[in-house]
Design a binder for this molecule. Structure first.
Ligand code: TYD
Length: 205
């Protein structure tokens, strides 16, 4: 079972992941992330920092995804484990569609073709959605911002995410990320349990 968590920077994915680690500990899921679950991800971070051209950037994110699948996601799925990934293929479809706009004629179709034949599709994707101003206000003020973290870019990225969700309503669960953190976490954990046919443990330690 492959579950992915998506949303723009500042949408609360990291705290949701932390909450799910507590709520779903009895299911021993593999918690993972993109980019950066393998050494390829370190190169991706370097590429982001150095602002390489958008095609190089897209291919590096895709390479990180390939290494992530080969070393972590694929083996865990074959072992019948639940995998929960903070960002996954839809991050490329949403962010790189925007970054490649004007560079390639049909960015989304190109990105899909790059993934075709080897990626593993998620069973369910939770998309955290909120006004971009609120997302930006949540980003730590002192941290240098990545080039993705600008209002105009994030608005377009979020619009891409919503279009993907509209295209595949059976896979996406769209969540109001302005809601209370604990409530969002309990809801997502409950949905994941329902998908896996699992009940919460009766006695919490
Ligand atoms: P992430 O590690 O989630 O952000 P943070 O450094 O805040 O923890 O991702 C880094 C940035 O990379 C983020 O702005 C989203 C972007 N990104 C893409 O553009 N494409 C992708 O395929 C992925 C996985 C991330």
């Amino acid at each position: 079972m492959l579950i992915t968590i998506e949303g723009i920077d500042g949408s609360g994915k990291s705290s949701l992941m932390e909450g799910l680690k507590r709520e779903l500990a009895d299911l021993s899921p593999l918690f993972t992330r993109e980019p950066g679950a393998t050494w390829v991800g370190d190169q991706v971070r370097r590429a982001i920092a150095e602002r390489v051209d958008p095609v190089t950037e897209a291919l590096l994110f895709a390479a990180d995804h390939a290494a992530h699948l080969a070393t972590l996601v694929g083996p865990a799925i074959r072992d019948g484990r639940i995998v929960i990934s903070d960002r996954y293929t839809d991050s490329r479809y949403a962010y790189q569609s925007v970054m490649l706009d004007g560079v390639l004629p049909e960015p989304l179709a190109w990105l899909r073709a790059v993934h075709a034949g080897w990626t593993i599709a998620p069973d369910c994707t939770f998309l955290l959605v909120l006004p971009v101003e609120d997302a930006l206000a949540r980003l730590p003020a002192r941290r240098t911002r990545e080039h993705f973290e600008e209002e105009e870019i994030l608005s377009r990225v979020q619009a891409e995410y919503l279009a993907l969700a509209e295209e595949e309503p059976g896979r996406f669960v769209v969540i109001d990320a302005l809601g209370e953190k604990e409530g969002i976490c309990r809801f997502v954990a409950g949905e994941i349990r329902a998908l896996c046919g699992s009940r919460p443990p009766r006695h919490r330690l």
